[in-house]
Design a protein around this ligand. Sequence first.
Ligand code: FAD
Ligand code: DHB
Length: 411
Amino acid sequence: MIGGGPAGLLLARLLHQSGIDCVVLENRDRSYVEHRQRAGILEQGTADVLRACGAGERMDREGLVHDGIELRYGRRAHRLDFVELTGGRRVLVYPQTELVKDLMALQLDHGGAPLLFEARALAVTGADTDRPRIHYSHQGREQTLTCDYVVGCDGSHGITREAIPERARRTYERDYPYSWLGVLADVPPSSGELIYTHSERGFALFSMRTPAVSRLYLQVPNGTDPEDWPDDRIWDELEARSAVDATIDATIDAPREATGDAPRDATGKDAPWRLERGPIAAKSVLPLHSRVTEPMRYGRVLLAGDAAHIVPPTGAKGLNLAVADVTVLARALAQRYETGATELLDAYSATCLRRVWCAVQFSSAMTTTLHIAPGQSPFETRLQLARLDRVTSSPHAAAELAENYTGLPVG
Ligand code: FAD
Ligand code: DHB
């Protein structure tokens, strides 16, 4: 495997459990990989895979189970109850940093596959032979690893994709005309569930990492310098975008409240919404892209996770897609080594891409419904509001969102 992010580490664990030898080459050092601030939401299926491979113990102790989300627009709050809408599915808040630490500890401290840090893959050759090779540099020396299969888990800037000849490779992509300013704040989340906010000032997302740490995002123009956003400006903007009037719809299934003496939050409690402010520990700007490379397999080289596809983060699909890919791939490689059959391996690319494109569509729809594009016309804004109105008033439209958010079936 090239890359020791979630995709490479989980695949190594799954293969190890099937008795298949593998090596993971990771460009960075352990601490860098463990502390890279990224995703935070695990679909139910993702959590199940982690549990089944022995990486779920801390996740189940410390992860926060979420039964729904809140959508805010037009100064009103609406709750979507995933459990009701999907027949019992939920998501889990568990930071990618912690998941990576757990997988790495399993691999390094409990006799897993070798994991080489500061080992940078330079090129992959022989994709269409029985012995593909990874050329890599480690401890100042260039070396070659000869493999049965090479799996590129090397993220969006990886080199494995290039092993697929240009004539056999297609890339589909879209850049979005806005970015996210992501903030980590040492303050308890102001709401028990995530809040996705549509506002004429731009999108805002209120998420969390732990009961004591909030993760917050603001739509900002492309090219924004985080230094232009001092802490007070961030909090003021989060507050302005999330302001709600006193009258709130409690859930999609509940009758709409025409009036209400006391303001209620989306969970139905008699409490006005208040954004808690606190010290901001980190901030960074993330541009939004969709990109899919097809096929995800060429000869004996396979791509998994961000190496094959990236989605804008709205809807939290990136990490979950990576886990789904390697779950499918681990099954396929197990079949290949146990029986010699390559049926699942042959189907790998098509099996994953079907689900990938659903997630690309979902992430794109969430993104374009909730963000305000530069120069967006009032007509386009009305379309967004109509879409949000459907999602918060029709159980069918809401169930479609809830199914995608909690995760489509794998395989
Ligand atoms: P990665 O996590 O990128 O891992 C790839 C690994 O390969 C890295 O460790 C890298 O160092 C290594 N590597 C790269 N090149 C080489 C090489 N040549 N040789 C050896 N090793 C190499 N998703 C969400 O759902 N919600 C979010 O909020 C969210 N925020 C994100 C913020 C950022 C800044 C980024 C970049 C992504 C974010 N994502 C988010 C997406 C999510 O984190 C990814 O989808 C997930 O990390 C994919 O896992 P992966 O293992 O495929 O790739
Ligand atoms: C987070 C990121 C997302 O893109 C999202 O839709 C939900 C949560 C997060 O980082 O917590």
